[in-house]
Write a protein that binds this ligand. Structure first.
Ligand code: AMP
Length: 205
């Protein structure tokens, strides 16, 4: 979210898209809710279909975009290559955070139900409790930030998502960024990393 504001490009977060579908009450949303609440991954073909539909809008291709929470599996990364052809992504960012810190952040995390803005009760709470600074929407704890769902998400991260580190590293696209510290500090590190990559890419022609 912060990166997309910095670069003024769309933020495409699959988790936000699924949460919006759940709120809409559609049949698709009801199916998605079961996966989200349990901390399970939504099946690859479903996620890839949702991203393909979003990326099919021409303006996105021209301006660039940030994918957040996608890909989460190797088949999703492979599908993304096909979706973007002949372009490719500029960089895959891996935010490194120690597990105890991840757990503390998830317990303190709150999210706007309208625009998806994230808050931390510890580091950057909304100015007015329960109300989004950005859009005035309601700020709540996520249904899947429960102990059981968090444990399952971490297990699935190790099994399904961690292999993407080698996958992107083998393709010279991986950048690992220290995710500890205040959100402003992490954003500064991310921007510096992305700027380096973009400059290197421009120099390569
Ligand atoms: P997030 O907001 O990124 O933490 O995603 C919340 C939930 O949405 C995840 O725990 C999954 O249930 C689902 N989800 C989001 N992105 C993906 C993805 N790329 N692949 C599979 N499931 C996803």
């Amino acid at each position: 979210m912060r990166l997309s504001r910095h670069y003024v490009i769309p933020h495409i977060a699959t988790g936000d898209m699924f949460r919006a579908a759940v709120r809409s009450g559609s049949a698709f949303g009801q199916q998605a809710k079961a996966y989200l609440d349990a901390g399970e991954l939504v099946p690859d073909e479903v996620v890839t279909g949702v991203v393909a539909e979003r990326l099919s809008h021409e303006e996105l291709a021209a301006r660039g975009f940030i994918l957040d929470g996608f890909p989460r599996t190797v088949p999703q990364a492979e599908a993304l290559v096909d979706l973007l052809e002949p372009e490719r992504i500029d960089v895959a960012l891996d935010l490194e955070v120690a597990t105890p810190q991840v757990l503390a952040r998830l317990a303190a995390r709150r999210v706007c139900t309208d625009c998806g803005e994230n808050y931390s009760l510890l580091e950057n709470p909304p100015r007015t409790a329960g109300i989004c600074d950005a859009c005035g929407g309601e700020v709540v704890q996520r249904d899947d930030d429960t102990e059981g769902a968090i444990r399952r998400r971490l297990e699935l991260y190790e099994r399904e998502t961690a292999p993407l580190l080698d996958w992107y590293s083998d393709r010279d696209l991986l950048a690992q960024v220290d995710g500890s510290g205040h959100p402003d500090e992490v954003t500064r590190r991310l921007v510096a990393t992305v700027d380096d990559r973009l400059a290197a890419r421009a120099a390569d022609g």
